[in-house]
Design a protein around this ligand. Structure first.
Ligand code: AR6
Length: 178
């Protein structure tokens, strides 16, 4: 499944699939603060990238919630991995601020490294418990606002693992980018 919208001079796309297979310039990892392999998307990305990714991550000194760090893609099709740590959902007003920071900081890193295309998972919406519909609204608004101000990143793709998550994102997209 796939849907695409034009935002500014760029494309915002939703697809179902596996983020480790994406051939965009960067893929984004929903990491933990140690940048260690872990489960979920992070486990899948480290598995597909090979042990060199964890070796490189170990040297980065971790990552705070809302921040982002960049590495090489190692054995992945993507040349880079951008690691960002989402908030553990608590139902507090800080949650959307920190989740928005993850997307904005990842996009700024992509822009500053000349990356033209980037794939995101639904950060925080797995093990960290963020409700998918709220996560969709927060992430799509931040990406839309970024693309309206920055034209160097040409493609932003959300890779949703489950068809039900794709449907939730598609509904949010219709409201946020009519
Ligand atoms: N491709 C795309 N999406 C995926 C994939 C995949 N291969 N695998 C899972 N998802 P999560 P979080 C979806 O739990 O909530 C890790 O252990 C999944 O269905 O990976 O930010 C880290 O080390 C869900 O919708 O990330 C952290 O400790 C979304 O990706 C913690 O989990 C995010 O799920 C981070 O938790």
């Amino acid at each position: 499944m796939k849907v695409a919208k034009r935002v500014g001079e760029s494309t915002l796309e939703l697809v179902t699939g596996d983020i480790t297979k994406q051939e965009t310039g960067a893929i984004v990892n929903a990491a933990n603060k140690r940048l260690a392999p872990g489960g979920g998307v992070a486990g899948a990305i480290h598995q597909a990238a090979g042990p060199g990714l964890w070796e490189e991550c170990r040297g980065l000194g971790g990552c705070e919630t809302g921040e982002a760090k960049i590495t090489s893609g190692h054995n992945l099709a993507a040349k880079h991995v951008i690691h960002t740590v989402g908030p553990v959902y608590q139902g507090s007003p800080d949650d959307p601020v920190l989740l928005g920071d993850c997307y904005r900081n990842s996009l700024e890193l992509a822009r500053d490294n000349g990356i033209k295309s980037i794939s995101f998972p639904a950060i925080s919406a797995g093990i960290f418990g963020y409700p998918m519909a709220e996560a969709a609204r927060v992430s799509l608004k931040v990406v839309r606002d970024f693309l309206l101000k920055n034209s160097s990143v040409k493609l932003v793709r959300f890779v949703l693992f489950k068809p039900a998550d794709f449907m939730i994102y598609r509904q949010a997209l219709e409201q946020i980018v009519p």
